[in-house]
Design a binder for this molecule. Sequence first.
Ligand code: ATP
Length: 310
Amino acid sequence: MLEVDSLEKELGGRRVLRGFGMTVPRGAVYGLIGANGAGKTTTLRVLATLLKPDGGVVKVDGVDLREAVREVRRKIGYMPETFGFPLGITVRECLGFYARAFEVPTRNLNGVVDDVLEVVDLSDRRDDLVESLSKGMRQKLALARALVHDPQILLLDEPAASLDPRARYELRILLLELNRIGKTIVISSHILPDLTDFCTHVGFLHRGRMAACGTLEEVGRHWRLLRRFRVRFMAEPARAHLRLLQAPYVERVEVGGLVLEFDYAGTEEEFSRLLVDLGREGLLFNRVEEVSSGLDRLFFHMLEEEEAGA
Ligand code: ATP
């Protein structure tokens, strides 16, 4: 759905994107992860056709950005970090304005605006002034604006950054629903727990380059970084310890009473098979939790590298 190759962008004399590449399959929820200043916003602004690339190729649904900007714009819905809505107009008028800008046919305009407000659950505020909305509601309005021309791909810049946990949860449900009805979603964030159980793919942007990308599992394996689990056994921690030491993909086993902690580099399926085997062998446990996801550790690893190289 989205192919980016060798993207270059200089801003204020600084090479912000340095040969950046990224492939987003159709129907993916793609988490673009990077530290502050890594270049996430710049990337999304280039993809949203708001910044002109200095070099490289961007193709959206097979259409080259350089050859058909207007066509690409129709395929993309962009939600920036700050919304910049016009004030003194109602929610409905605001969306109508953007729908016209996106050349939604006039005869469909009201219907489209009402449908989109319904999708983001803002129908009951449609006659209120934009400035009367809370932050979470403005964010829904920004999402509605990104959807008004029915784009195939949504580019969302740090959408959860300023939301409370409930609003974050609602946003996640909404995005999953949009994905279910066929939207491909690219979402930038440095809040990793927001992404780990939500994205199908991730890309790590590191100093203007893609450092690692793929499905969550592929990325973790590529970097040989491991997930860490904590299992509470009912009895026989010493036997459980020995058993885990012999199990494939298990490393750095630590024992604390009945609780054993270990890194695990296998797949989800392999992990669940390991748990079944432990149970079958009489090593019963009553709690399994993930202590830290590989994604977190990969992120911190990259930050350390960045600091070491700075
Ligand atoms: P954050 O998570 O803090 O929003 P980001 O990953 O989105 O960061 P960008 O906003 O894309 O990062 O910025 C990447 C780099 O480009 C930063 O070093 C930033 O200072 C620089 N930069 C961005 N815009 C400009 C500009 N207009 N002029 C000069 N430098 C810029």
